[in-house]
Design a binder for this molecule. Structure first.
Ligand code: EPU
Length: 437
């Protein structure tokens, strides 16, 4: 699988080892450049399906999810041209000959974000059929909000034998849509569809994650008319003929937050170019309270441990600007080694504590009741053999490993590769004793 992906995405390096060995206890010191955001680039790549003109994305992170989406788009008939420069990887996507029925079912089931193809293909060609998208095993992750919204826009949608089929023979039309929850994916899917629909669409209770404003900014550059960026109400005047665009992908706030935790956990000092504190939302205050010190410099944000050390905090994940669920696991790895107790409540996904058992193998003292994990900081974790269960759990276990005493071995590295561009190499460059075998 990885080998065929490297044909689709020439920069993708098939895994050289299935196990990561980390010998912990060294402070991380150096510069760790923050890549473009995984959760921004995926919908941005899909947006290229809305136009026959060229869409160029810069600052594309070289991760497995991007490679999978590249393969999916190529199969649909998109041309891809890659280039690399000092400002990172760039891709130009040509979707002038899209064949909506050429969906690679196996690839769709590997990645949740492929649900976004649904809105874009429906908008472009009046039909779409996809197997139920896959993704991390972190909860039910229904797509009912997507389906209800697209139906309100005139689509006929059926779910049979695990395949969702949609048609909108006369095209999609604008609608007034109220999301039951501010879902990131539903907001993006409906935004992509609304841009191509006739008339006005209003998405109320829209998610406000920065990646959505990034998508809207690119769509506006393509000629779309969208108001309300960064707010709970997006208004889209559909039907504009979309042209091409050149867009630079937003930096990854989750990678940034994760590495800030790593610097503080190992009592090191990392310069994080392209990291943006204001994109952390409520996590910035939780970080400060827990003893993660962040300050802006000309070279990037500098992250280190505060003078008073790491201290337990209570937090609840919430839609942006609340504490990001994608930072919950890395923060837990840090709090497991802090002084005092912490309580983390996960309010977005119902099964996002699968890293707890793995952290316990490393000596963490964590008790889970319902959606709340109570953590008693133990000062320092110890190395163990652990398994990555989702993208963010993988990052948390790498962090736990670099901060721990002794050797940690990690399996399930596809999860790490899905979400991070060169984490192993970047950490090694900052002094971590880390290698794939
Ligand atoms: N939900 C429904 N029905 C729907 C849509 C969502 O019940 O139709 C529920 C979900 O089950 C979940 C909650 O609403 O409990 C929030 O889901 P949301 O739709 O906001 O999440 P998503 O679009 O599936 C994106 C990110 C996730 C991130 C969440 C929350 C991408 C590709 N994925 O997922 O990222 O955790 O938003 O911020 O953007 C990750 O990167 O590791 C990751 C899981």
């Amino acid at each position: 699988m990885n080998a065929s992906l490297s044909t689709a995405a020439p920069w993708w390096r098939p895994n050289t080892g299935h196990r990561l060995i980390v010998r912990g206890g060294r402070p991380l010191v150096g510069t760790y450049p923050i890549s473009g955001a995984k959760n921004a680039v995926l919908p941005l790549m899909v947006s290229a399906l809305l136009t026959p003109h060229l869409v160029t994305l810069r600052n594309v992170p070289a991760n497995l999810d991007v490679a999978v989406l590249v393969a999916l788009l190529q199969r649909l008939g998109c041309g891809m041209h890659w280039s690399a420069s000092d400002s990172g990887l760039a891709v130009t996507i040509a979707a002038d000959r899209v064949q909506p029925r050429r969906i690679d079912a196996e690839l769709v089931t590997r990645m949740r974000a492929s649900v976004l193809l649904f809105g874009a293909l429906l908008a472009r060609g009046g039909e779409a059929a996809l197997p139920m998208p896959g993704g991390d095993a972190i909860g039910l992750r229904g797509i009912d909000f997507h389906v209800t919204g697209l139906r309100a826009m005139g689509a006929t949608i059926e779910l049979t034998d695990g395949t969702i089929r949609a048609t909108a023979r006369d095209g999609l039309r604008g609608a007034d849509i109220l999301l039951p929850q501010p879902s990131v994916g539903a907001t993006e899917n409906l935004l992509l569809a609304a841009v191509a629909a006739t008339g006005t669409t209003t998405i109320r209770n829209a998610a406000r994650e920065p990646e959505i404003a990034d998508l809207a900014t690119c769509l506006i550059a393509m000629g779309a008319r969208i108001a309300g960026l960064g707010t709970h109400v997006l208004t889209i005047e559909g039907g504009a003929l979309l042209g091409g665009a050149v867009h630079t992908v937003l930096p990854d706030r989750i990678e940034f937050g994760t590495l800030a935790c790593a610097a503080a956990l190992t009592d090191g000092e990392l310069v994080l170019p392209h990291g943006r504190v204001e994109l952390l939302g409520a996590a910035a205050a939780s970080f400060a309270a827990a003893g993660i010190d962040l300050h802006d410099t000309e070279d990037g944000v500098v992250a280190r441990r505060a003078k008073d050390g790491l201290i337990g905090v209570d937090l609840t994940t919430a839609p942006y600007p609340g504490f990001a669920t994608d930072l919950q696991a890395p923060m837990m790895a840090l709090l497991a080694a802090a002084a005092g107790t912490s309580a983390i409540t996960e309010s977005i996904f119902e099964q996002r504590f699968r890293h707890v058992d793995e952290l316990r193998k490393m000596g963490a003292d964590i008790a889970v009741r319902g959606r709340t994990a109570r953590i008693r900081g133990v000062g320092r974790l110890h190395g163990a053999a652990v398994t990555c269960t989702d993208v963010r759990a993988a990052a948390a276990l790498v962090l736990a490993g670099v901060g721990a005493e002794g050797e940690t071995t990690l399996d399930g590295l596809d999860h790490l590769d899905r979400g991070y561009d060169g984490m192993t190499e970047k950490l090694a460059a900052c002094g971590a004793d880390i290698a794939r075998r």
